[in-house]
Design a binder for this molecule. Structure first.
Ligand code: HEM
Length: 397
């Protein structure tokens, strides 16, 4: 009997053969997830846990896509209204991150691929005022002081509440943003949405849009818990929480194009190819800031970004988990790109501010980078188990 040709040229035999190949791919997919933590699509969609002492999306290995959504409170909201928002988001996030549709999901089909989705909620200063909880506001929760390098735009700055939504797939992020914004429209208005991406071969450090390997020096165990998670000493409700400083930093790629590779390397203090410090040969070599060349000139200039950003003591370290952005340029421009610089730390004043001040005072990179947005949020602890909600310790303890 002649083989039947299907509508797209598939034969029955090819389809059956494809089935066997697909079965093989299931095994491959599972292995790929175990190795990379990524959902390869061939098998169970990968999920990140929702419940736990900390919110996901901070210690979580960074996913490829992110959207940061800043909200303003509508007029006249009180403590119960804000707690209500957080209860809705808790329920929706608990479902969406595990691959289940949210309660009022208009496109439930899109929930089936969680792709390591995480939803991280942050609170801005106004929440504490509106809820009558000023006495529970962390001392560092306020806009950063102005810096001479800043050209901040209100449309990219501040915000009363934050959703940080990250996943391996852009469709998953878009769906979660839609669902979580839609469910609270009577209480909040969207102030800004900042979308970003980062990608690299498995196990490699990503590059930013200036071409540099970005993310080499960061915090890992055993220092992570001590430097990132609050211990509740000043504000017992915050134990297990942290803070986020989000800076939108524009890159002047058109003038950066005019700099030769050597100039680019001196600006940061690291090699473009390997990301190694100028005093080393491999990415994770320790920079030697005291090294000088035959003429006595420092190999890593004191003005280099890594020389200025380097912590002067242990308590000045924080977690960097940033994303590139690449938006539509204004008419007549060729690029509108930069970094969504996201830093997490227990104490913004002690850990972040001194480093930011040093960079604002003097950093060779400042010629090509301009902060145009700035926000600070407290990231409440996680929800330990079903039945609780994000922010519960703030509102009820
Ligand atoms: C568009 C703006 C920025 C760009 C393109 C950029 C790029 C880089 C690059 C390429 C590195 C070296 C590789 C690495 O260790 O990750 C680096 C390191 C670092 N950056 Fe930035 N950065 C920017 C903004 C900032 C800001 C605003 C801060 C903090 C206020 C910061 C803090 C740091 C720190 C702490 C390090 C590690 C320094 C060390 O100890 O070696 N960066 N950055």
């Amino acid at each position: 009997m002649p083989e039947q040709i299907g509508p797209r040229g598939f034969t029955r035999r090819r389809l059956l053969g494809g089935g066997a190949a697909a079965a093989g791919a299931v095994g491959l997919g599972a292995g790929a997830i175990a190795l990379t933590g990524r959902d390869t699509g061939a098998t169970e969609p990968a999920t990140e846990p929702f419940y736990g002492p900390h919110q996901a999306g901070v210690a979580t290995a960074p996913q490829t896509h992110a959207a940061f959504v800043g909200f303003d409170l509508r007029q006249g909201l009180d403590r119960d209204d804000i707690a209500g928002v957080l209860k809705i988001w808790t329920g929706d996030a608990a479902r969406l991150t595990q691959g289940a549709a949210a309660l009022a999901d208009t496109e439930p089909e899109l929930a089936a691929r969680p792709a390591r989705l995480t939803v991280t909620v942050g609170l801005g200063p106004a929440v504490f005022t509106a809820a009558g909880l000023e006495h529970r506001r962390p001392a560092w929760l306020r806009p950063l002081p102005p810096f001479a390098i800043d050209r901040l735009e209100p449309g990219w700055s501040d915000g009363d509440l934050l959703l940080q939504i990250c996943a391996e797939e852009a469709t998953t992020v878009a769906h979660a943003v839609r669902v979580l914004c839609r469910s609270v429209t009577s209480l909040l208005t969207v102030r800004w949405v900042q979308r970003g991406f980062r990608d690299a071969a498995p196990g490699r450090t990503p590059r930013n849009l200036m071409g540099q390997v970005d993310g080499t020096v960061n915090i890992a165990a055993p220092d992570f818990d001590r430097l990132i998670w609050d211990d509740g000493a000043a504000q017992p409700w915050l134990a297990g929480g942290t803070s986020l400083v989000l800076r939108r930093i524009a890159m002047a790629l058109d003038t950066w194009d005019e700099i030769d590779p050597e100039g680019r390397e001196l600006t940061v203090g690291r090699k473009l190819g390997s990301g190694a410090p100028l005093t080393g040969s491999r990415e994770f070599d320790e920079p030697d800031f005291a090294a000088v060349d035959a003429h006595g000139i420092p190999v890593i200039p004191p003005s280099a970004h890594i020389a200025r950003a380097r912590h002067t003591h242990d308590g000045e370290r924080f977690l960097r988990r940033g994303y590139n952005y690449d938006d539509a340029p204004a008419p007549g421009q060729t690029s509108n790109s930069g970094l969504l610089f996201a830093a997490y730390q227990r104490d913004v004043n002690a850990q972040y501010l001194p480093v930011q001040q040093r960079l604002a005072d003097f950093d060779a990179l400042n010629v090509w980078t301009t902060p145009i947005g700035s926000s600070v949020f407290v990231i409440p602890p996680g929800v330990p188990e079903p039945g609780g909600y994000l922010g519960q310790t703030l509102f009820e303890s």
